[in-house]
Design a protein around this ligand. Structure first.
Ligand code: AMP
Length: 191
């Protein structure tokens, strides 16, 4: 299996480029943001608990996200590969993912990080907010909080994979096709 961690700050294009990767390589998309938003919008008890955390741009507790990831992986054991999008977001989550995958005889193949500067991120997220309907995309203070949370809690995950020689970074600014061309090249080199 090809287990790809697509990585980068909020607004770096992980979701959009995941769609291109799925179309070309047929991997299964596992976006924790999408799963958590679906839970939030379902109105379940769990959804109510996590609503305020997500809307403020803070991280939902590890155990909860990890359970969702595990259920999804187990349910799709026949997949050619996975794209982990929005996960892992902390080094604890990264260590947990290694452990969980090793239990089923798998491992992370590559961590592909999209490199985009902060000013561009803010513009992209606020633009997306006009159509996404996401509360966390529409308020500049929350957008800035998400970028800060990324820097404090998520960026260290780069080192985690760099130490395993699995970290690849691509320039995330350019046309969608240009960025996807760089991503394809990186994936092809590891296939
Ligand atoms: P995203 O769509 O990846 O930007 O995620 C939206 C929001 O969902 C984040 O701001 C967090 O509140 C929550 N979230 C998504 N993935 C995770 C994760 N791996 N750990 C904790 N919270 C997460």
């Amino acid at each position: 299996m090809f287990n790809l961690v697509i990585f980068g700050p909020p607004g770096s294009g992980k979701g959009t480029q995941s769609e291109n990767i799925i179309a070309k390589y047929g991997f299964k998309h596992l976006s924790t943001g999408d799963l958590l938003r679906a839970e939030k919008n379902s109105g379940s008890e769990l959804g109510k608990k996590i609503k305020d955390i997500i809307d403020a741009g803070n991280l939902v507790p590890n155990e909860l996200v990890q359970e969702m990831v595990k259920n999804n992986v187990v349910k799709n054991r026949d997949a050619k590969g996975f794209i982990f999008d929005g996960f892992p977001r902390t080094t604890d989550q990264a260590a947990w993912l290694d452990q969980m995958l090793s239990e089923i005889g798998e491992s992370v193949t590559m961590m592909l990080a999209l490199d985009v500067n902060d000013d561009e991120l803010r513009v992209r997220i606020m633009e997306r907010g006009k159509v996404s309907g996401r509360a966390d995309d529409q308020n500049i203070d929350i957008v800035n909080n998400r970028i800060a949370v990324y820097k404090q809690q998520t960026q260290p995950v780069i080192d985690f994979y760099a130490k395993q020689n699995k970290y690849v970074s691509v320039e995330g600014v350019g046309t969608l096709d240009e960025v996807f061309g760089r991503i394809s090249k990186a994936i092809d080199s590891a296939l």
